[in-house]
Design a protein around this ligand. Sequence first.
Ligand code: BG6
Length: 302
Amino acid sequence: TPGLPPQAQVNITHDNSRVSAVLPSGECIEVLLHGATVTSWKDRAGNERLWLSEAAKLDGSKAVRGGIPLVFPVFGTAPDHEPTSKLPQHGFARNSRWDFLGKSTTESSGQTDASVKLDFGLSTATIDDEAKKLWPFSFSLIYSVTLTPDALRTGIVITNDGDQPFEFQTLLHTYFRIGDITKVKVSGLEEAAYIDKVDGAKEKQQAGDVTIAGEVDRVYHPASPETPVVVSESGEMKFSIVRDNLGDVVVWNPWVEKAQGMGDFEPKDGYRNMICVEAGAVKAWTKLEAGDAYEGGQIISV
Ligand code: BG6
């Protein structure tokens, strides 16, 4: 921006594989074009806020283990839902190369409130033939990642460009970095109904805060979508997640054995330093009529 000293400007770098942005106040993000996966979100002191496996594949050969992979059009696998039954776990979006569509910034002379929005696109025209064969619908996705000094927003717009309806699920699979899983509490899910994926998909109801002392894999459907879901550690708020049009919240920690079993999960005791709290629309199917668009997102405040 003409007239502003360089340190007051948002600095964006972009190469073949990733886009990075640094705010004048020092916070920064990195987004891999593979999956439009946010792989890094640092505070102004350089402390990482997202967990990324040391063995994560960042070369496009596999979905990224860590950061914020984007799940679309199926959560997990859905053998009983014919249109998505052939798709790999969590769909093709996290395994596709997205286009960087551009950025918009709001600058500030005071260096304290500049922000940046990065937009990424994926559509029928840009996914590979294999994905097209497995899910033959006409669609386009725009994924926007907005960084401000104290928040990260990730939002998706899904458009049905075809002439028949389709059904989808979507989820923002955020891996939060934490210091010690045994000191973490997740609040905002009190009384919520959930499906316990580690106990035969039984329907249960949450009592009090969620704490983790073993493998946890749950799909919550909180009654009030406006209530923020808050991750705190040793009584201190670390992340507050506000959802927009994403009615479900998955809480996942693989714990010892599942972490052992994942080749791309390193270090093996890294489960102590991460918790996935994933905002999504996954419990049911969202139907999108021809020509219609769906919009959903999350704002993570610190
Ligand atoms: C979570 C699911 O969202 O993602 C878990 O609820 C799954 O069941 C986890 O294990 C990781 O999935 P993936 O495909 O990235 O190993």
